[in-house]
Design a protein. Structure first.
Length: 97
């Protein structure tokens, strides 16, 4: 195993533990798929240094993990919308409503 893959695995373990805590403490996030989240973070770690993640203290890392989880949660909002509801949302956001 290379040093980079060891660091990536270490970072993923920390992130996974944080995901567990966030999901346990906030039911809103329980709608998310943990495996999908881990995959998203793994992809992100291919673009940033795992060492950067490892060096963050728990509070800062938790804040960042929560941020990514919030974006993931927000991206699922439209899954249950009808095309008409999506159009209405877009109109409101664009100020046409």
């Amino acid at each position: 195993m290379t040093q980079t893959s060891v660091e990536k695995n270490t970072a993923i373990k920390r992130i996974s533990a944080i995901i567990d805590r966030v999901m346990e403490n906030d039911s809103l996030y329980q709608e998310l798929d943990k495996n999908q989240l881990i995959q998203s973070f793994s992809t992100l770690l291919d673009r940033v240094s795992p060492q950067m993640v490892i060096s963050l203290d728990n509070e800062r890392l938790t804040k960042r993990v929560r941020g990514v989880m919030s974006i993931e949660l927000f991206s699922t909002i439209f899954d249950d919308f009808t095309p008409e509801q999506i159009e209405m949302f877009n109109a409101v956001v664009e100020g046409r409503y």
